[in-house]
Ligand binder design. Structure first.
Ligand SMILES: [Mn+2]
Length: 464
């Protein structure tokens, strides 16, 4: 049985260890200091004769024992390390000292230094941070408890961080959907965000500015009112609370503001609230918050703070991997897979464009296939196209360092349909009727040829 042999320098440090550190199986010893009171700290054996090899030998050190030195005195460390090494040259030694420099330490193959007081100090600072969060929770609850219907407002194209944060706030307030709805002026659009609300059963209602009158409390999550622009409804310019991590804006009123610009995600703030309030985070909420942090920080890459990492680690123990997988890799339906199989049989990457034409499919399949298509060797662009209802719908992805996908799609659909998007992802819709008028027919072959040419032109036109 491995023992921990604790060697404390003087009664004060022994008492400190006794208060905070003593654990079962620890052999507690102390070395009385000359001139200091010699009262024995409770539970400690005194090491008679100081730190000699003999004294250490009396402790009967065996292979497998580990040692801790609790001291601020360098000669004590030197004597202790020498005495321990005589019994076991490679004994593991943990030095707990806040003031001794690592460079001054004696040579020893297995020696680690940590500050006992700074370890305690860090924990105390953490608790103060929890207390700050608890204070926020109390303020939010006091303000919102009397309200009948609270609108938890997200940005116009709600993203996972906002959805998870809003969902967490509802739980924090001890409310259910009818009295604390998640609302937005826009819809949840991106397929992975749709997959999230569907997998987690979270409902985000699209509201018009007039419909805000239904609510006697409004909280903005992961967004500030100025985002709604010049003609933002007056109802959102004066709100009850805002919890966000975007740069702080002025020009609106909010009774409570908790804006932490150093955080990578609003979900981190809500995770801290939940912990401070002592609330259990169930798998559904844990998965939502974890995914919120993951997607806003691009998996703890971009603009991640220590708080984000702490929250992420905490959430990791209470999330559901199966649920997360369902969100991150939405299932392809069987007919979508068959369509993909047919498209793949004619696949090729030409001019760095990988184009997959799926025929008639469910709309959800198209963006998933576009994601997949980008993995083809040599592809800088991936386009998945399919017929949905009376439209030709296509999703576009690129590697990110080329032309903006949104611009290219707008140029491709010009005069034919609608389209747009962001730098690395975009979507276009062309009515099949309009397509046939220009290209004669809308078979898989004509679609492939027409789109390929249109994209080559659009990408190069943008290049000029
Ligand atoms: Mn966010």
């Amino acid at each position: 049985m491995e023992r921990r042999i604790i060697l404390c320098d003087g009664a004060d440090l022994a008492r400190l260890w006794g208060h905070v550190g003593a654990a079962e199986g620890e052999v507690l010893t102390w070395v009385p200091r000359e001139g200091a009171p010699r009262a024995r700290p409770p539970g400690f054996h005194s090491l008679q004769g100081g730190l000699s090899a003999d004294a250490i030998a009396k402790l009967n050190p065996k292979e497998g024992d580990v040692f801790a030195l609790v001291t601020e005195d360098l000669p004590f460390v030197r004597a202790a390390v020498a005495a321990i090494a005589e019994a076991d040259p490679a004994a593991p030694i943990l030095l707990l000292s806040d003031r001794i420099d690592s460079e001054d330490l004696p040579e020893h193959p297995c020696l680690l230094r940590a500050g006992l007081r700074s370890l305690i100090r860090d924990d105390i600072d953490d608790e103060f941070a929890h207390l700050d969060n608890l204070q926020r929770v109390v303020e939010l609850r006091n303000l919102l408890e009397p309200r009948e219907r609270i609108g938890i407002m997200l940005q116009p194209d709600p993203d996972p961080d906002g959805i998870a944060g809003g969902y967490a706030l509802r739980i924090l307030l001890g409310r259910k959907r009818p009295t604390a709805q998640l609302i937005s002026f826009g819809e949840v659009k991106r397929p992975e965000n749709r997959a999230m609300v569907e997998a987690l059963g979270i409902d985000v209602r699209t509201v018009s500015p007039d419909e805000l009158d239904e609510f006697d409390g409004i909280v903005l999550i992961d967004v500030q009112p100025t985002v709604f622009g010049e003609d933002a409804p007056t109802r959102v310019m004066s709100i009850d609370a805002v919890i966000d991590h975007h740069p702080e804006r002025s020009g609106y009123d909010s009774t409570i503001r908790d804006i932490r610009t150093s955080y990578g995600a609003t979900s981190t703030i809500l995770t801290e609230y939940m912990r401070a309030a002592g609330l259990e985070i169930n798998q559904r909420l844990g998965t939502a918050l974890l995914y919120g942090i993951k997607s806003d920080t691009q998996l703890l890459g971009r603009e991640t703070s220590g708080e984000d990492i702490t929250a992420f680690a905490y959430l990791h123990s209470c999330h559901s991997p199966a649920l997360l997988r369902r969100i991150e890799r939405p299932a392809l339906p069987t007919d979508g897979l068959r369509a993909l199989g047919r498209a793949l049989s004619k696949t090729s990457v030409e001019n760095e464009i990988h184009l997959l034409v799926l025929g008639r499919v469910g709309e959800d399949v198209i963006p998933q296939v576009a994601d997949l298509g980008l993995q083809a060797e040599g592809a800088e662009w991936s386009i998945a196209a399919g017929c949905v209802g009376s439209d030709l719908v296509f999703s576009v992805r690129n590697v990110g360092y080329v032309r903006a996908a949104g611009d290219v799609v707008r140029s491709v659909v010009e005069g034919l349909g609608v389209g747009g998007g962001h730098r690395s992802m975009a979507k276009g819709i062309i009515p099949l009727k309009a397509f046939r008028e220009v290209y004669g027919s809308a078979t898989r072959d004509t679609i492939r040829e027409a789109l390929h040419d249109a994209f080559v032109n659009a990408i190069h036109r943008e290049d000029d």
